[in-house]
Design a protein around this ligand. Structure first.
Ligand SMILES: [Zn+2]
Length: 181
């Protein structure tokens, strides 16, 4: 993306947002050269494949369904709306980039899972348990194991305070002494 002010190609995405219901993602960008901000609208490929369900039925690709699933998985976790939308955006783009006429729900589920795995173990496990699309049984075991390990590890926060120093004993006030004239 070229900066409309100075034509530099060097910029950073500040914020990404879907315009609900269509295939456009709106990005706020900041030019790294001149510092000005501009907005781009990127269209996800219109080549959405048909989705093949487990029972063989076909349905239209529906981003809202993926979004709902990811949202549910991330409920009450420290995951921002932007992060959720980015996950869905990347999954959608990758599925479209496959260039297939049809993809299975399993393939889409796998894409979501690999995104969630990078984002949050909890969200990953939740999504996996809802959609039952584990790559392998022991994959799930590994996640549980990792979660347990993380819980058992001592919390690093508590050791932040410096240990009390012996020096700090403040002497009781020296008022009691009378000054000799
Ligand atoms: Zn610029």
């Amino acid at each position: 993306m070229r900066c409309p002010y100075c034509q530099s190609l060097d910029n950073r995405v500040m914020d990404s947002r879907f315009r609900e219901g269509n295939n456009v993602v709106r990005r706020r960008r900041r030019c790294s050269k001149c510092g000005r901000r501009f907005t781009t609208y990127e269209r996800v490929g219109d080549m959405h494949p048909a989705v093949v369900k487990k029972d063989g039925r076909r349905e239209e690709f529906d981003r809202e369904k993926i979004l709902a699933g990811v949202r549910r998985a991330c409920e009450k976790l420290p995951v921002s709306v932007e992060q959720v939308e980015e996950v869905v955006y990347r999954v959608e783009r990758r599925v479209c980039d496959m260039g297939e006429k049809e993809v299975s729900t399993r393939v889409i589920g796998d894409q979501v899972m690999s995104e969630l795995r990078a984002l949050s173990d909890v969200a990953y496990v939740r999504f996996a348990s809802v959609y039952m699309v584990f790559n392998a049984a022991d994959d799930f075991e590994k996640v549980i194991h990792r979660l347990r390990k993380a819980k058992d590890a001592p919390a690093p926060r508590k050791s932040k305070e410096p240990p009390p120093t012996a020096k700090a004993k403040s002497a009781p006030s020296a008022k009691g002494r009378k000054k000799a004239g």
